[in-house]
Design a protein around this ligand. Sequence first.
Ligand code: SAM
Length: 337
Amino acid sequence: MINHYSTLKPSYREDLREFSKKEYNKFVSLNTVNDWSQLRWKNVGNPYIVHSFAQEKKDWEKEHNEALPVYTSWTMFNRSFHSWFVKDVPAEMSAAKKEFIRSLGSFHPNKVKAALGNISRIHLWNYVHRIQDGIWDPRGKRALFEGLDVKKPRILFLGAAEGYEAMQLAAMYPGGEIVFVDYDPFCKDTRFEEFPNSYPFLGTNEQTGGYRIYYKEDFHTTYLVEDIRNLSFGREFDIVLSVGMLEHFPDEMKPEVVGWHRKYLKPGGYIIMTTPRVQLRSKLYYEIMADVMNHTYRELMTVEQMGLYMYENGLDIKRHGYIKVHNGIVAQEKSVI
Ligand SMILES: C[S@@+](CC[C@H](N)C(=O)[O-])C[C@H]1O[C@@H](n2cnc3c(N)ncnc32)[C@H](O)[C@@H]1O
């Protein structure tokens, strides 16, 4: 018997509740586009480009007098982002508050400003990641992944980082295999390695068809430290997934990025992608968290813009909608329909 609880841990929220009808409907009845062939760029506009960058990136560029190479930018981002996932958030919130009070006593404007910055970042992280579970978001992601026609799927996760979404998929469609791909070794050795073994993924019991809770060690996984452009797979995956990938490439590269997903997909397989939504609160988030998040080129887009990139590059959109701060799309290749 599964206890459908939600509980706050020091670093994240565990949530074993079923998704609600409202959450699920964000992908079915809130679908805003009936006919993608009728949609035009002049109607949907262009994505919003984030222009505030991490100090680390700015310092590197000043020192080297050139633009930060893309690969190096990802290595910086992954170390930075990971350091936030492992924080004991309540302890850090109280430390930040004490530091702020101390800084007031110093009468030093730069110290006060820095301490205020620390307070706002840790409180924002607490709200977005821990209270609202906007990143490890099991209910939203389960609602997005629901209803796929797959059995024991082979899942390819492009730009896998810590691997969260593929593990949630594998819990829902058990008995298959996950291949994670990320060219930053830190993702395999630290982000995935340190992903908490006790984090529960609510999924399906293969034997009974009822619920079962899975943990990281229950999945059959292979983690490749490899450039996506160098993979030697054929069309062998039932699901090809990426989370936060498309928005890091300017328009001239987006066809190639969508192509990476198509290349390894079995006929009839599913492509699942998510990107951050453009909304005032996301703009604010990437502004306040610039030092943590903004080492790379980044866009924020609507689900219509995201879907149009996918549709124009050979995909048939099966479902589209949003989960909290992300757009989510499930697609198949046009030719197989
Ligand atoms: C923005 S992250 C994805 C978001 C992720 N969920 C997270 O928590 O960081 C994109 C990931 O893709 C990886 N990546 C980008 N380009 C790649 C490439 N050409 N080959 C392999 N991995 C790549 C980066 O190293 C990074 O870990």
